[in-house]
Design a protein around this ligand. Structure first.
Ligand SMILES: NC(=O)c1ccc[n+]([C@@H]2O[C@H](COP(=O)([O-])OP(=O)(O)OC[C@H]3O[C@@H](n4cnc5c(N)ncnc54)[C@H](O)[C@@H]3O)[C@@H](O)[C@H]2O)c1
Length: 384
């Protein structure tokens, strides 16, 4: 039988054709490390024109555009760029460090521009609330940059929970981390309080939280007992070539928490940029009918770390099933950019909605506050 006849039995996997008759005019705010990934993906989209970039560092946006061979206007702040109405901006990527996420996102939304905001959403719960108020008032798309959501293995976690195979979920253990891996390849913006605001907790912890909270439908967090520390970040020996970074370290390098969620689920969480062990363990979701083990040590890399195991009962027999890894078609960053653009063009819901990430941010904020107080706290999350 010829291939063409056999192909008729394959699933129709034709890619959607992008309508490029109207180009979206996009600007990039913050031209540091992650802006490269945004630019690379935008350049692949036939319906996008990158028209502007802004960075607080003089000449940085210009150098960025030159590197990518893009002719665009450059500015010294998000305000200057968004105030320039001649640009006719449709959308921006906010690729700044965490401390300026809120001001950039709010300013853009107030100007009537769609926003793709890098993770973590921001630093505090109050900021998240203000961002969502601006989003609601603008009617524009705001999506938060959690590209692992688009990975097929990550989607499988949610499919398994939704299938009912686990029964009622009552306990989740999640997290990940590195034995040594405080991120300073491009300077100190990840480790200084004035730029990052939160450390491992916001940088990689937000991914672990999103992985499991998304799977169980983002129940509202109710209470948090949190802990954070900075034993490695504050040590000059952590930075053999830059011992002076130790004095600049102003965030957490490890965090842990016990969180109670609406619906009777408890969440046991830990995350590390540095610790004296290779992994804080797998993610585990326990339900009344089954349990799921997810290798998650490096979940911030976009996928699960190996095949998952489903523990269940068949005709009274306790058994387990390996859930094989599946391949995701297309790069996760390309999928993140494409899904954001489609939401902007066709008035679709945000691919990663702020209403969910509000709870992610509330937990992060709660861990920081509970750790400072040294006791469990109740979370008060305003209705926005
Ligand atoms: N989704 C991912 O996979 C991923 C990966 C890495 C980083 N990130 C996130 O991306 C964000 C940026 O990370 P990075 O590594 O690129 O940081 P970076 O420090 O390399 O770059 C941030 C840039 O933003 C600029 N900036 C800050 N405030 C600004 C403002 N108001 N106007 C214009 N420019 C401004 C800074 O001058 C700097 O050049 C962080 O929040 C980080 O968590 C996401």
């Amino acid at each position: 039988m010829s291939d063409s006849i056999l192909d008729l039995f394959k699933e129709n996997q034709e890619k959607a054709v992008v309508d490029a008759s109207k180009k979206l005019r996009v600007g990039i705010i913050g031209t540091g490390w992650i802006a490269d990934a945004h630019m690379e993906s935008y350049k692949k989209q036939p319906d996008v024109e990158i028209v502007a970039a802004a960075d607080l560092v003089d000449g940085k946006a210009e150098a960025f555009m030159k590197k990518w061979g893009v002719e665009a206007k450059c500015y010294l702040s998000h305000k200057e760029m968004l105030d320039d109405e001649s640009l006719g901006l449709d959308a921006v990527s906010v690729c700044t460090y965490n401390r300026t996420h809120a001001e950039c996102a709010i300013y853009a939304l107030n100007k009537g521009v769609h926003v793709l905001l890098e993770k973590p959403m921001c630093v505090t719960l109050d900021e998240a609330v203000e961002i969502i108020k601006a989003e609601k008032a603008s009617g524009k798309v705001l999506s938060i940059g959690f590209q692992p959501r688009l990975d097929e293995n990550m989607k499988m976690i949610k499919k398994i929970v939704d299938s009912g195979a686990l029964g009622d979920v009552y306990y989740i253990q999640t997290g990940g981390g590195r034995r040594r891996g405080i991120p300073t390849p491009f300077g100190t913006t990840f480790i200084e309080d004035k730029t990052a605001g939160i450390g491992a907790l916001g940088d990689i912890g937000c991914y672990s939280l999103d992985m499991v909270l998304n799977a169980v439908g983002y129940p509202k967090p109710l209470t948090v007992s949190g802990y954070k520390s900075d034993f490695f970040g504050k040590q000059p020996s952590t930075y053999p070539t830059h011992p002076e970074y130790a004095d600049k370290f102003g965030v957490d390098d490890f965090a842990a928490a016990f969180v109670r969620l609406e619906g009777g689920i408890v969440l046991d969480f830990r995350i590390a940029w540095a610790m004296n062990i290779d992994t804080p363990g797998d993610t585990v979701i326990l339900g009344t009918k089954g349990g799921l083990r997810i290798p998650s040590t490096e979940c911030w890399n976009g996928s699960v770390g190996g095949p998952m195991t489903l523990y269940h009962e068949v005709c009274g027999q306790q058994t387990q099933t390996t859930v094989p890894l599946v391949k995701t078609e297309g790069g996760l960053f390309d999928l993140k950019i494409r899904s954001f653009l489609d939401a902007c063009k066709y008035d679709l819901p945000a691919p990663v909605p702020s209403s969910q990430i509000l709870y992610n941010q509330a937990i992060i904020d709660g861990i920081a506050r509970s750790s400072e107080l040294g006791r469990e706290i109740e979370l008060e999350i305003p209705e926005v």
